[in-house]
Unconditional design. Sequence first.
Length: 135
Amino acid sequence: MLTENDIVRLLSAHLKKSGYIITQSLLTTQQGIDIIAEDTKHILYIEAKGETSSKEHSKRYGNAFDGNQIKSHVSRAILASMKILHDKPAGPKTKVGIALPDTAGHRELVAKINIPLKTLGIKIFFVTENGVHEQ
């Protein structure tokens, strides 16, 4: 089961292979935008979410988040992305994304809101140990 820290690590590696320079990659113990990655055209700001708690001493550690927790996490990631789109820290080069574990619950929720996400310009990255699928 992937924690948020796993998602950040795996997506950062994927983006590096895709030609991005990673200028920020934060752990859950740090505050701020989880991943900031730059290429020649864009600066990508990504909010990451895991499928279980990253805190080993919590009751949720090792247990998959339920549907309500998935909704809450995705909602917070969308809000963070919208704030970045509003502030446009890199001007017209600003792009946003959300990194999520590639689970049935996350895919089902994103499928229900896919058109608005595209309209807002929020890119979705589904992450597994074996790779990243960009939507």
